[in-house]
Unconditional design. Structure first.
Length: 442
């Protein structure tokens, strides 16, 4: 028995009648009559038997028409490929929190009011032992996080020295998420010795807005000019490190991103920088949804389409088929380590005692159910909506953290990453993608 593939989408592009398959990431141009006929085949699969043999062969080649079990087999193959990469022990990823202290007092900070602890020598020694136990790993990657990690630059240096002298697993790369205020000559010297792949620094909009939010906790002094000066140093002294500048936006300051993107791109033209919008997640009082001030998924999809289309972001307008390894939360051999040696699976969980899954100096997990929920239970193949979505082969799925909040904590978050849920955007995206492919073939 033959069927129209689950992963196809029929649409019009100007006067062209097209069918797109997300599995093969390809288009076929159809006659209007055959276009209407395929629409009927969706409702009555027996009509497929009327298709000419040569045409049928072409449609099968492009996965427009498939055998009865083909979709299910593809889903199983897709699930297996993701699990295979998610459950690899050869890659070992750590997000390390050397301190929970921070010099800023941002109003939206999820760590607000938390104790400004630092990693002790005992925790550092336990961390080295924890890494050594993962002797199946062929490479180690590290992200420095906080708090503000550069308030503990001495601790970072101590850990790096121990890793290089005591750990046999090669350090394949390290990154840092920092507010940038203390990226001074000492930090520059450290990361010249132990190179970073990337640095993320956040601006909260234009200078006035940023200074009203990201100000010194003790003096209330703004930080915008200091960050720009420090980024000048980074670009000059660490030219091989990618500088990612996140510009936080919500509905009222979206224009700030475009202004800063233009100014900073011109300031550091020719250097390894990327400037992208970050969407503030401001939760309601019950922590079950985002407030109306936040940019929602629909608005985010529309914005990113515009940025990719206008080349403000150097990314493909339309994603391609891929089996992603997943994020820290869904990968078995990745962990976030807090200042007390506590282990988390998601960045958003840091400092939440209810989300601790274990400790680096203990053999067994203290909260195995949360670990399994993240690594297994949050996957797309446990979500009926994802399983039946044509977009699935080129979708990274839903955020594991917010999916679990919806499942277990009465969350009402809109999680779908699929462009087809944004009115007219799927057609616009496919039209643009199609036009570009035609143009490239000329």
């Amino acid at each position: 028995m033959l069927f129209l593939d689950l992963f196809i989408f029929l649409f019009l592009q100007n006067k062209d009648h097209l069918v797109y398959c997300s599995r093969s990431n390809s288009f076929l141009k159809l006659s209007e009559v055959f276009f209407d006929f395929l629409k009927q085949c969706k409702e009555n699969t027996s009509l497929i038997l009327q298709i000419d043999e040569n045409l049928l062969s072409l449609l099968e080649k492009h996965k427009i028409i498939v055998n009865e079990d083909d979709d299910n087999n593809f889903l199983l193959e897709h699930e297996f490929a993701e699990n295979q990469s998610s459950y690899l022990y050869s890659s070992f990823g750590l997000v390390l929190v050397p301190t929970m202290a921070c010099n800023f007092d941002c109003s939206y900070c999820f760590e607000k009011g938390k104790r400004a602890s630092k990693m002790s020598d005992e925790v550092i020694d336990n961390l080295i032992c924890f890494i050594k136990k993962h002797d199946e790993a062929k490479k180690l990657s590290i992200t420095w996080y906080g708090g503000e990690p550069l308030l503990a630059v001495d601790i970072i240096e101590k850990i790096l020295k121990k890793i290089h002298s005591e750990i046999s697993i090669p350090l394949s790369g390290q990154t840092i998420v920092t507010n940038g205020y203390y990226f001074d000559s000492k930090a520059i010297d450290l990361f010249q010795k132990y190179p970073l792949k990337s640095i993320q620094i956040t601006l909260d909009g234009n200078k006035e807005r940023h200074n009203s939010i990201r100000k010194q906790k003790t003096t209330g002094e703004g930080s915008f000019d200091r960050l720009i000066e420090n980024m000048d140093k980074i670009v000059k002294e660490l030219p091989e490190t990618k500088l990612s500048i996140r510009v936080n936006v919500e509905k009222e300051n979206l224009k700030d991103y475009f202004d800063l993107q233009k100014k900073l791109s011109e300031r550091w033209e020719g250097h390894k920088i990327v400037i992208y919008p970050g969407f503030l997640k401001i939760h309601n009082d019950t922590n079950t949804a985002l407030t109306c001030d936040c940019i929602d998924n629909v608005e985010a999809h529309e914005l990113f389409f515009h940025l990719r289309k206008t080349k403000m972001l150097d990314e493909s307008v339309y994603p391609v088929l891929q089996n992603t390894r997943g994020c820290c939360a869904t990968v078995i051999n990745s962990y976030i380590i807090g200042t007390e040696g506590e282990i988390y699976k998601c960045w958003d969980d840091v400092t939440d005692n209810n989300k601790i899954i274990g400790y680096i100096n203990e053999e067994k997990l203290t909260n195995p159910s949360l670990f399994y929920r993240y690594v297994v239970g949050s996957k797309w193949y446990h979500n009926e909506e994802c399983m039946n979505c044509f977009f699935l082969p080129i979708c990274r799925g839903q955020c594991a953290c917010y999916r679990l909040r919806n499942m277990y904590e009465n969350g009402k978050y809109n999680l779908c990453q699929c462009a087809q849920k944004t009115p007219n955007l799927l057609n616009e995206t496919l039209e643009y993608w199609y036009d570009n492919q035609i143009e490239n073939k000329k």
